[in-house]
Design a protein around this ligand. Structure first.
Ligand code: SF4
Length: 290
């Protein structure tokens, strides 16, 4: 088993446990595949996660610092001016909590008795006092990103925007229907890397979709209260792969997900000597160069 994958989590973090909350990413997970969502949240067997996108996290962190300077000074950021947006970064005592993963904006839904939560990247405010939800995105793609249609995640991003707007409204705030994505797009049309990426920063308006949220929350409650999981998604290939693996192993007398029929070799190659040159690997960890 990988050092990082822990399939069975502490039951307190499962549905019904004292720490379980319905986060925005869990709602998105349910939209993607209710079966996997049920196994993860109700049965407590987590789906393996991919590596964290540390370059994107770095861009988010630096953008946060940049907008925080304008928040403290109550000034309009040049990007807002360039796009004719009359707004400033919003000041609120809970701003840091709202932006923190595992904290975020939260709301206890009386109908389902579930706590819904989501961590925003930023909130701005216009002169009328309406809050504007903002999310930072980093990517590398040919051409400029000027509309959400230029991204391959349009539908998901509209839902993401919608959840944050829904949460803030449930908490009593006046929220603009239009939110924004601050998009940082790294160009690759240079002759060489030279130790730096050049980003084009654009501001993309997005009408958040909120009409679906109440129904999705009710559906999630029904799903989690059911003693059996719903069927898997037809769009995902992994269950088909798992079934195919089971069928292949059955043919050779093996069993899927049990002791392998062939004994693993006991030979371990010697550890090569390590040189003392280090750099960041793709996950942002310090990796040795051999
Ligand atoms: S189809 Fe299977 S593997 Fe894919 S997301 Fe659903 S339950 Fe998970």
């Amino acid at each position: 088993m990988s050092l990082y994958y822990k399939p069975h989590r502490n039951p307190g973090w499962n549905y019904g446990g004292d720490k379980w909350r319905l986060s925005r990413s869990k709602i998105e997970f349910f939209m993607e595949c209710p079966h996997c969502f049920y196994i993860d949240n109700k049965l407590g067997t987590a789906r393996p996660r991919g590596p964290s996108f540390t370059l994107n996290v770095a861009v988010d962190t630096l953008l946060k610092k940049e907008f925080d300077a304008h928040r403290a000074a109550k000034t309009t950021h040049p990007l807002m001016k360039a796009y004719g947006l009359d707004a400033v970064p919003y000041q609120h005592p809970k701003m840091d909590t709202w932006r923190e993963n595992f904290e975020g904006i939260d709301y206890r839904d009386p109908a389902t008795r579930m706590t819904i939560c989501g961590a925003v990247d930023d909130i701005w405010v216009n002169p009328e006092g309406k809050l504007i939800v903002v999310d930072y995105k980093a990517t590398s793609k040919e051409g400029s990103i000027e509309t959400l249609a230029d991204s391959s995640w349009e539908e998901q991003y509209r839902r993401q925007m919608g959840i944050y707007q829904w949460l803030l409204r449930k908490c009593g705030f006046d929220v603009s229907d239009t939110g924004y994505f601050v998009y940082a797009n790294a160009g690759i049309d240079k002759a060489a890397f030279d130790g730096q990426l050049d980003f084009e920063i654009t501001l993309i308006p997005c009408e958040g979709e909120t009409a679906w949220v109440d129904q999705a929350i009710a559906d999630i409650k029904t799903c989690l209260d059911n003693p059996l999981p719903p069927p898997p998604s037809s769009d995902c290939d992994y269950c088909k792969y798992r079934d195919a693996v089971s069928a292949s192993l059955t043919k050779v007398g093996g069993h899927a997900h049990s002791t392998p029929a062939i004994k693993a070799p006991t030979y371990k190659p010697p550890t090569p000597p390590q040189k003392k040159i280090a750099k960041n690997d793709d996950d942002g960890n310090m990796a040795q160069l051999f």
